[in-house]
Each structure stands twice: as structure tokens, then as C-alpha cells.
Design a protein around this ligand. Sequence first.
Ligand code: ZN
Ligand code: ZN
Length: 341
Amino acid sequence: MKAAVHTSPGVIEIQEVAEPVPGPGEIKVRIEYTGICGSDVEIVNNHFGKQKLDSWPKGPKIEGHEACGTVVEIGPNLRHGFKAGDRVALGLGESCGGCYSCRNGLEHFCDVWKPCPGTWAQYGAFPEGAAYALPEGLPLQMGALAEPVSIAIRLVDVAGVKTGQSLLIAGAGTIGLLSLAVARQAGATTRVVSEPRAHKRQLALDHGATAAVDPLAEPLYSAAERLTNGRGFNSVLEASGNLGSAKAVLNAVANHGTVVWAGVYPDDAEVAVNPYQMYEKDITLKGSWIAPYSFYRGLEFLQAYDLSYIVTDVHPLEKTQEAFDHHLEGNSIKTLLQCWN
Ligand SMILES: [Zn+2]
Ligand SMILES: [Zn+2]
């Protein structure tokens, strides 16, 4: 089979590799569409913090984690009833359900977490617990959005978005725009997007933003004053990964508001926080790691709403390097790789 193999920083080669064989509790999936995520960009460029861990697999490696496809073979001892022909979307990995973390509502910190292998390939063998049946009628391209949609759903939860309240989203990439769609349905009535690129601001305005600001033209604190009657935003999602933005959003939040730093930031960077400001304004500052217990909700959301505007680029798997380089230019929203043609 063909696979896009990350061989050195910034370099992806198409290689002919052996097809995976599903082991116990695994399914072999013919991957149809797989996405390029903001975290994949960091990983391929060797900038992702977790790559420094001993547990991170080294050497040439197939990357990617957003995918959907069709089950073609099952391994022994399956527990969840998948069979050949089932259409599935894939999460990041399988949590066990029985360890200390899983039994305390923290499946994303499962003590024996089984990560999925990379999805930028024609086939993968995945733990069955990482797979979710695709709702009937949901196009495969949309199925590849299930993982990022589940991330957005979790972020809107973590940000404490409530009916009738105001929300600022910094960054109109995939996660920013998906969070905007979810927050709109969650009832946020003032939905402002901060984004330096004009065509992305327009996309946000076309799909649920009540206003869009250029943070290079107007400081966020002044946009916050202007757009919220001087109160600031009840919830703020920083989804750009930009450190300047991570700092600036702290001055855009309302009294008793919540700020979520949701980007992939450099692991050695620091952002100054004024603790007195946190105290005086009763501010909550949060992070958010992946999307525990959100995948079914993601699939429901994909069924209920047309999110096809998120997919701006589709490239054949053979052109992964070109797709990656083009995505790096920053004008695309979601870039998908089509694994068969
Ligand atoms: Zn992702
Ligand atoms: Zn566990």
C-alpha cells in the first residue's frame, strides 16, 4: 500500500509499505479521507512538545490522526461487533475504561492508552475502541471531520459557553470555525472571531460570526469594549496557537469570564499573566487536551449541520508533501488527503 511517511523535519515521502495486519482487538480500515491537523504541522516540522518524550515513536513514521474509511478485515477477539464493510471514523486512540484515570472521568489520560497508528496511508490497523460507526448517509469527507468536530464540542464545554452570552474565538482555522458553529448552536448570541486573514474573517462571518476583527488592526481589548458594551467576553477560545494572541485574549475577557488556551503552543514558551488581574476580575484560565467523551456528539453534530465549508482543499495521498506545503501557507481551512483514486 501507499503511505505518506514523515522522514525528516518538514519532509514527507510517499512510500510503498506492507499492509498492516489487525491484531487482537483491532480492525483493518481502508482509509478514504484523512486530514492535516494543526498538530500534524507541528509534528512534521518536529516542533510538537510531546515529540521530546521517550514514549513518542522515533524514526520515519506515518503521521495523521483524522480519518474515516471502511473496515476491510477484523482481528481476533473483537468486543464491539465491527465487521467488514462498516464505515467508521477514527478517534486518536483507545482508552481502557478500567484504569484509575478512566474510572475518574479522564479517559484522555488513560493509564494504558493505545494510540492509533498514523492515518496518512491507504490502510491502517486500529484498536476497535478508537473507531466509531459513521451515521448512515454521512459522506466520507465529512466523516474525516469527526475528530476535529469533537475537539470543538469539548472546547465549547470547557469555555462554559451559555445561552445568551458572548464568545470570542481567536483564530479562524478548522478548530476556530468549528467551535463557532458549535457555540452558535449552544446559544452564544455574540460570537466574535479574531483573525488576521481577510478571507478567513469573511468565512467566519458567512458561517455564524456576528462580527470579525483583525487583531493586527485593532487591539483585542478595544474590540472587546466596542462589541460587548464594555463588558468583555464571557468566554474566550484562543484557537490560533499564536503566543501574542494567547496574551491579548486575557484583556478581552469579562468579569467572571473563562479563557481557554486551545492552540498548540511551543512547549518552551511562556506568556506573562497578571495574577492581580485574575483575582480582581474573577477570571478562569484553562487548557484543553484532546476531546474525551465527545466523539458521538461530534458525529451527531456532523449529521445535523452542513459543515462542508470547512473542507477547502482535497489532495491525493500521492501529493501529501505538496498538500502539506500548501496548507503551511495558512490560507486553507481543512486540507484532506484522498487515499485512493
Ligand atoms: Zn486533529
Ligand atoms: Zn484507562
